[in-house]
Design a protein around this ligand. Structure first.
Ligand code: ATP
Length: 319
């Protein structure tokens, strides 16, 4: 019988619970003892772990957040923190660890691998900033949340004839803004990856106004600047009343979509399969609808590319 562990780390993302459930259930199905580690690497260092049963993960597939909770841990980055983590894994006889989180968390898993511990990464972040996988767990739910919010903003924006600029999450990655811009019919999308001057956004607003458009919606990624500042500049340059909405943490919550639940279930189960096959140093993902497992080092070295086809299409459809 193998003993495995699972933790969630970094920012939470809807679907993490479904991934934990898949790890626990597939582990138990394969006669493993499974430990759930609370609060990411911080909990690992402090031995906050408990043995999971089938019912530990009952009734969580549909819930947002992560019932194991999550954290960021500065101590884990230190030699001493790593040593403590290794000791805990040793004491509990954990032979393989599944780490569900973003690029930082997966880099942490690689550090464990380099130090003789089998750790497999599962991408869980709403940012979708990992090039090696088409989707990370939580992204689909986040974009659906944003699109719903945009529809509401559109209603009030058109009633008042305003420009509304909506700032969304994603850190340095523009995927949330890009896909929500297309799905929400935004006039302009401001992304960190593409230099897009406020003047060109203003030109588009003025062109729209001149042909009778009553309002404008602009999607902006947080990594591209401040929506409040840009709203001021747009108002000055177009003489149109402009409001900024920063959607914030609402994007990280909510029940995961069916897509995220399915993705999380497949990736969580695959991570366990890999541990049972004796694989290490890998992270799982989905490329062109296929579940893939690639070396963490390679995965993290890939530079995230913006989907230019989608960007160009959004531009064409919002002329
Ligand atoms: P999100 O994308 O939601 O921000 P993340 O996993 O990228 O999630 P980070 O804060 O970057 O979030 O990382 C989470 C934790 O992983 C850190 O607090 C730290 O403990 C660990 N970690 C991050 N980078 C490394 C690294 N290079 N080496 C070892 N551990 C790391």
């Amino acid at each position: 019988m193998k003993t495995i562990g699972v933790l969630t780390s970094g920012g939470d993302a809807p679907g993490m619970n479904a991934a934990i459930r898949a790890v626990v259930r597939n582990g138990i199905y394969n006669n493993c003892k499974v430990y759930g580690i609370e609060q990411g690497y911080e909990g690992l260092i402090n031995a906050r772990l408990k043995e999971m049963t089938l019912s530990s993960v009952a009734d969580i597939i549909h819930r947002g957040g992560t019932f194991l909770r999550t954290a960021r841990s500065e101590e884990f980055r230190t030699e001493n923190g790593l040593k403590k983590a290794k000791n805990v894994l040793d004491v509990f006889g954990i032979e393989g660890l599944v780490v569900i989180g973003g690029d930082g968390s997966i880099a942490g898993a690689q550090r464990l691998n380099e130090n003789g511990i089998t750790a497999i990464g599962v991408p869980g972040t709403i940012d979708n900033d990992l090039e090696y996988t088409d989707h990370s767990i939580g992204f689909d739910t986040a974009i659906n949340t944003v699109v719903e919010a945009i529809s509401k903003i559109r209603d009030t924006s058109s009633s008042h004839g305003r420009v509304n600029i909506v700032e969304v999450m994603g850190r340095h990655c523009g995927d949330i803004a890009l896909y929500c811009g297309l799905a929400g019919g935004a006039e302009s999308i401001i992304l960190p990856e593409i230099p897009n001057s406020v003047d060109s956004v203003c030109q588009k607003i003025i062109r729209g106004k001149n042909r009778g458009k009553l309002h404008s919606l602009i999607l902006m990624a947080e990594g591209a600047g401040s929506a409040v500042e840009i709203a001021k500049e747009i108002e000055e340059k177009t003489s149109m009343e402009t409001r900024a909405t920063i959607l914030g943490h609402i994007q990280r919550g909510g029940n995961p979509t069916a897509f995220d639940r399915i993705l999380a279930s497949k990736l969580g189960a695959k991570a366990v399969d890999l541990i049972l096959e004796g694989k290490k140093g890998l992270t799982v993902g989905m490329k062109c609808n296929e579940i893939v497992a690639i070396e963490i080092e390679k995965a993290l070295a890939m530079k995230k590319k913006l989907d230019m086809e989608t960007y160009d299409l959004a531009g064409i459809l919002s002329i």
